[in-house]
Design a binder for this molecule. Sequence first.
Ligand code: NAD
Ligand code: UDP
Length: 333
Amino acid sequence: MSILLTGGTGYIGSHTAVELINAGYDIVIADNLSNSEAVVIDYIETITKKRPKFYQADVCDKAQLEKIFDENKITAVLHFAGYKAVGESVSEPIKYYRNNLDSAITLLEVMQSAGCNQFIFSSSATVYGTGATVPYKEEMPTGHCANPYGWTKYMIEQILTDAAKANNNLSVVLLRYFNPVGAHESGLIGEKPVGVPNNLMPYITQTAAGMRDHLSVFGNDYDTKDGTGVRDFIHVVDLAKGHVKALEYANKNLGCEVFNLGTGTGYSVLDLVNTFMEVNGINIPYEIAPRRAGDIATSYANATKAKEKLGWQAQLGLKEMCKDAWNFQKNCK
Ligand code: NAD
Ligand code: UDP
């Protein structure tokens, strides 16, 4: 019996692979390597001493997926595969709707034929949209997404909700991630964006490494404690552990349930920059730049539902996030 991780060589998938193997699960990874490298499988093996089975496969390709389900007894799927660059989703929306929706629907169809009934989905706090008030709670209305990427998450949540309503055997867990940062303490796996990073932490680490001459802080006139944006940064290893709990939950419960995976605390962009400098003893040159289009002032989770129903709570703080992110960056080839 195995757990399938689509997108399992990516940033969050690879950390979850490690935690699942450590928890005793047999896993199979399917990834088309559009945003990751096959060498991640070697790193997962180095960390866990167990090599996951790997298929270089596109989750939108039904025949390739059927082969994976034929060759393995898959009891649950964690669906990480998808495109995630917000800016690119604005300039190339069709590419995003095609890949993100198609992969989810194809997976659901193949799972149904194979009698596999547990689906854990990588959703995002972005589904709360532009008008929501913090802290975000799972029962709040969703929608008014700021970009096509967010809409794909919103739509897939709806598709999975409907699928679970129609099939009494199906168990769906929608995980709304907040801002994952950091890396595995080994420094072997982490976030390695292609080209200029969009997200804050990889931009900080690349500035620290001398690859960028300064960080632009997008806006210092928000209604926050220091004027910069506030986010719920969560260590990727904590996030990965949340998936182990979500899988246990899906195994015991039917229907569709949604959980925030965040720490419940918001920190500002400058909190993160200052902590990074302090913990790692490195100066990060930064300049205040205009607000970035589409950004909101503040986003953080109400994290009580995951604590009560999953028995999961983030353990690691900003210091560990900054230390581990830099440790990974220094190891990057
Ligand atoms: P990532 O890009 O590192 O990983 C995604 C993986 O999916 C990549 O390895 C890529 O090669 C693969 N992939 C993409 N399309 C595929 C397809 N059609 N078939 C097979 N493989 C495919 O991204 P990540 O940060 O690990 O994110 C994982 C999931 O979590 C994504 O769905 C993302 O939208 C979601 N998410 C991420 C964040 C974040 O800040 N990183 C926040 C909220 C939600
Ligand atoms: N940010 C920034 N400079 C950067 C990248 C991001 O000031 O180079 C800010 C951004 O405006 C937001 C926060 O950092 O307030 C988190 O942005 P990120 O893109 O990492 O995640 P988001 O919350 O947008 O998903």
